[in-house]
Design a protein around this ligand. Structure first.
Ligand code: SF4
Ligand code: FES
Length: 248
């Protein structure tokens, strides 16, 4: 395949960026999207030009690092896959592909296609954990009975990889799907009850402090999420937040 690539190039957070055109020949359908960018970068390096900076780590859909807006969709045209799992067979010879970073005020561009998502880390640090007594008297988690439905829903919420596609897809750049997945993961389990009131309040406060927008129930986040995180988690977080507020 021969492709026309329009790629966002930006020196750093302060500089103004612009779209740059590249033509790439010899792209195989079995290549992943990131492998296609590797080929482009190899050619740029051989020509003495600066390679395109993009984020990646595991390349198997687990770490949530790869964050590209491809033809206006976070992680591209396929469903339930991350950019590293997207294959070039989804595109056709002669296609023009527009590649941009995830865009949100709370995700400033570091360089080219790489954005700073440490705002997600700070939301997680505000309450996305359980405090465990490790004095030797810790109860074995397997000894605590948990209803199957709750265990399943907690597991599905815990599948969130923190990629940020939900934010990039949202017209308000809201982080509600991400934050609600992290809140739900604990709200559904007995281990999460002790700190439940502070958790939801602190995580929502941090989410607002980071400059993410509000949820207006558009649902684009759920459509673009590579891990199928459900909007039900947002409803659950709202209930948790209301309940925490009424406790004072
Ligand atoms: S909710 Fe989905 S889209 Fe949002 S960060 Fe988690 S895995 Fe990514
Ligand atoms: S590189 Fe880890 S999820 Fe894509």
């Amino acid at each position: 395949m021969k492709l026309n690539l329009k790629i966002w190039r930006q020196q750093d957070a302060q500089s103004k960026g612009k779209m740059t055109n590249y033509t790439l020949d010899g792209v195989e359908g079995d290549m992943s999207f990131l492998e296609m960018l590797d080929v482009l970068n190899e050619q740029l390096i051989n020509k003495g030009e600066e390679p395109v900076v993009f984020d990646h780590d595991c390349r198997e859909g687990i770490c949530g690092s790869c964050s590209l807006m491809i033809n206006g969709e976070p992680h591209g045209p396929d469903r339930m896959v991350t950019t590293c799992q997207l294959h070039m067979r989804k595109f056709n010879d002669g296609d023009t592909i527009v590649i941009e970073p995830f865009r949100a005020k709370a995700f400033p561009v570091i360089k080219d296609l790489m954005v700073d998502r440490s705002s997600f880390d700070r939301i997680q640090q505000a309450g996305g954990y359980v405090s465990v007594n490790t004095s030797g008297n810790t109860q074995d988690a397997n000894a605590i009975p948990i209803e199957k439905e709750n265990a399943d829903d907690a597991f599905y919420a815990a599948a969130c990889i923190g990629c940020g596609a939900c934010v990039a897809a949202c017209k308000n750049a809201s982080a509600m799907l991400f934050t609600s997945a992290k809140v739900s993961q604990y709200a559904l389990l007995p281990q999460g009850q002790v700190e439940a009131t502070e958790r939801v309040q602190n995580m929502v406060r941090q989410m607002d402090l980071e400059g993410f927008g509000n949820c207006t129930n558009t649902g684009a986040c759920e459509v673009e999420c590579p891990k199928g995180i459900s909007l039900e988690n947002i409803a659950r977080m709202n209930r948790e937040y209301y309940s925490a507020s009424t406790k004072g």
